[in-house]
Design a protein around this ligand. Structure first.
Ligand SMILES: *[C@@H]1O[C@H](CO)[C@@H](O)[C@H](O)[C@H]1NC(C)=O
Ligand SMILES: *[C@@H]1O[C@H](CO)[C@@H](O)[C@H](O)[C@H]1NC(C)=O
Ligand SMILES: *[C@@H]1O[C@H](CO)[C@@H](O)[C@H](O)[C@H]1NC(C)=O
Ligand SMILES: *[C@@H]1O[C@H](CO)[C@@H](O)[C@H](O)[C@H]1NC(C)=O
Ligand SMILES: *[C@@H]1O[C@H](CO)[C@@H](O)[C@H](O)[C@H]1NC(C)=O
Ligand SMILES: *[C@@H]1O[C@H](CO)[C@@H](O)[C@H](O)[C@H]1NC(C)=O
Ligand SMILES: *[C@@H]1O[C@H](CO)[C@@H](O)[C@H](O)[C@H]1NC(C)=O
Length: 400
């Protein structure tokens, strides 16, 4: 919340000083090389990028920031601030953007991220380039920064790029209404901590599709105050799966609804379809759909955990909890490397109206079998293997 307020402040300050020096419509590209960027991977090109951005942001028409191919641009943490004069701003990334190689380079990071866009509507970021967070020096630290962050960017389009080795989340969306993220390649080692692929908070009408995500944490995480999130055609793995939450940390009120995860695969992930909430929170996660999912060697393919604790704190069993209801799983097939194919670990407030159809999860080891466990959950299942004890089992009609 404090972070949100800071951004509102930055927004209001910057919008007052944009009116001077309005540049005529050039409709052209703003190539960072023309603003002094060197692109040798050694020189700090941050100021050149900011100069190019400032010029572009004061231009009407459809200005385009161009990051040319065949070069590596070393950037310190920078914030690309809107609103801009143009209704639509494009950023074409063909080359590589490199984060500082040492922790010293991040000392001035006031925005909790390396590359930030704030208050820019109708922003289109695309290209075949690479965003390299060089995060490995950070992975054993307590506090890490996120690589690419969008705040208050309505109708964002992000496509085509390769995102590597972020210190923390690779891509974060906060307070964005309307976004399409597609054809992304996100990659960090399975062992790198907290390197979520895409992290969504306080955002609505988000469409993420046709991307490969391999990281050390959630491939996609949907955090509080988010709704209408469609996720299709994602290959996730390694990673911790596609997660709703964690919700309700530190007693927070959190809501997530209308989430559709469709036609995705999980290969070698810790979790598949996951909902996680902390004890002591409030709010709800409802109308969540996981459909047409393929599993290869997943440890916890389907899991709802209302006692999420992240292994860090001594979490107590509290009286309140984020309410989980209307969760539907249809067409989920494949293999599990552990024993627990399906785990519904809910507290006394109950997870209600869970619907399962056409689920077939078997052990990766043909000698072994898997189980479903169920605590404080209710709903219906049909054609579901393994059978879930606390759900009402309906007749399996395989023709449907
Ligand atoms: C941090 O920012 C301040 C103010 O912009 C600047 O004077 C200083 O040189 C920066 N330090 C580093 C290490 O970049
Ligand atoms: C999500 O998918 C549904 C069904 O295909 C569609 O009606 C809805 O507009 C989509 N929402 C977004 C944000 O893409
Ligand atoms: C499912 O996603 C894959 C990408 O992983 C895509 O190639 C395929 O066309 C999608 N299938 C459907 C039915 O949408
Ligand atoms: C799963 O990942 C492994 C290891 O990367 C790979 O060898 C295998 O082909 C993948 N399986 C599928 C079905 O994608
Ligand atoms: C249970 O959830 C499904 C899917 O959202 C919905 O269609 C159905 O109406 C719900 N049933 C109740 C009793 O809420
Ligand atoms: C569950 O879904 C049904 C049908 O969409 C809806 O009527 C009901 O209000 C939902 N329940 C909750 C708790 O959202
Ligand atoms: C479930 O999957 C296993 C492994 O692929 C397969 O042998 C079995 O026939 C499937 N069961 C059903 C009912 O589809």
């Amino acid at each position: 919340m404090q972070e949100l307020l800071t951004f509102v402040l930055i927004l209001s300050i910057s919008s007052t000083c944009l009116c001077r020096g309005l540049v005529e419509d050039t409709s052209g590209g703003f190539n960072v090389l023309d603003y002094g960027a060197v692109g040798d991977g050694q020189t700090d090109d941050s100021q050149a990028f900011l100069k190019a951005w400032t010029a572009l942001c004061q231009t009407k028409g459809t200005p385009q920031l161009i990051v040319p191919s065949g070069k590596k641009f070393l950037l310190m943490p920078v914030m690309f601030q809107g609103p801009c004069q143009s209704n639509s701003v494009q950023v074409q990334i063909l080359g590589t953007m490199l984060a500082p190689n040492s922790m010293d380079g991040w000392t001035n990071c006031s925005i909790n991220c390396w590359l930030g866009f704030s208050g820019v509507s109708n922003l289109i970021v695309s290209g075949s380039g690479t965003i390299d967070g060089r995060g490995s020096t950070w992975w054993n630290q307590v506090y890490n920064d996120q690589a690419l962050k969008f705040n208050y960017c309505n109708n964002l389009q992000l496509s085509g790029l390769t995102h590597l080795n972020s210190p923390r989340n690779h891509i974060s969306l906060t307070a964005c209404n309307g976004a399409s993220l597609s054809s992304l390649h996100i990659s960090a080692p399975a062992s790198s901590p907290n390197t979520d692929g895409i992290d969504i908070s306080s955002s609505t009408n988000i469409n993420i599709h046709d991307s490969n995500i391999a990281t050390g944490d959630d491939c996609i995480a949907i955090n509080g105050n988010s709704a209408h999130i469609n996720i299709t055609g994602i290959n996730c793995g390694p990673g911790h799966g596609i997660s709703v939450g964690s919700l309700g940390a530190n007693g927070a009120y959190a809501t997530v609804e209308e989430v559709y995860v469709n036609n995705c695969s999980f290969n070698g992930t810790l979790n598949g379809a996951r909902i996680k909430t902390w004890q002591g929170g409030s709010g709800y996660a409802r109308n969540i759909f996981f459909e047409q999912i393929t599993l290869v060697d997943v440890k916890n393919p389907i899991i709802i955990d209302q006692f999420y604790c992240n292994g860090k704190y001594d979490c107590k069993d509290e009286t309140s909890s984020v309410q989980v209801s209307n969760v539907t799983y249809i067409g989920i097939e494949g293999t599990c490397v552990g024993l627990d194919a399906i785990t519904f670990n809910c507290d006394e407030i109950m997870c209600t109206n869970i619907t399962m159809k056409h689920i077939n999860i078997t052990s990766s080891d043909p000698e072994k079998s898997v189980v479903a466990s169920c605590e404080n959950a209710e709903g219906n299942s049909e054609c579901t293997i393994p059978e879930v004890p606390c759900l009402t089992v309906n007749e399996c009609d395989n023709r449907k």
